[in-house]
Design a protein around this ligand. Sequence first.
Ligand code: URA
Length: 246
Amino acid sequence: MNGEDRFEDLEKIRERLEFFRDLGVEFLIISGEPARKQEEMKKDNPLLISPGLNQSQEADVQAEWDRLIRKILTCQACPLYRGRTQAVPGEGNRQARLMFVGEAPGRDEDLQGRPFVGRAGQLLTKIIQAMGFSREEVYIANVIKCRPPENRTPKPDEVKACSPFLLRQIELVKPKVIVALGKVAVDFLLPGARSMSEVRGKFGQFQGIPVMPTFHPSYLVRNEGNKEIKRMVWEDMKKVLQLLKP
Ligand code: URA
């Protein structure tokens, strides 16, 4: 690694630590443990507890996921398919105890076929890391799987047409907690909510699963200098962590 690369890495670390500080993160767990110890520690990770399926059940679940992803990638149930580069099904640990639900793919997501990889996605990744997890340990999906033109808010008909996909994802993942990112996800999971300020930070329920409504990461991007908003999101995530404790 040359001096320039090292400088870039240090810059990235500085930026991440500054974000954690703005969130109000009180402490960080720095793991300098050897790889074997880390493997052992994973066994205790509350996000990675296997539901204990036998081999044939696992094969069935895998086949079900394959079918679902194929359906999403080839869906033409609403006009959004005409403008997509590719659909964005979602990604992460399919047995995750923590699931994040956003609104719809933006430009970067449409190009890469992965959720939350643009600027808002980078913020979401930092929030997940501040919680002590990696993106691979949680499941990340959107209400809508194809990018709306100019990133406009999805129309009710589009949400309706796409809804079987997210419903099935939730059924398959069976998360212990869902974080609803922004109003579109909140409206889907907690219908009847009037405004974000009314529901944010208070657990609701979706089919018996606790749902924490919080601000969408794009809102944080748009209000980058506003530490109060970041702190509110972190307060919400602390409640989620509390609920995930084994
Ligand atoms: N915004 C979302 O709601 N979802 C994404 O995947 C990216 C941006």
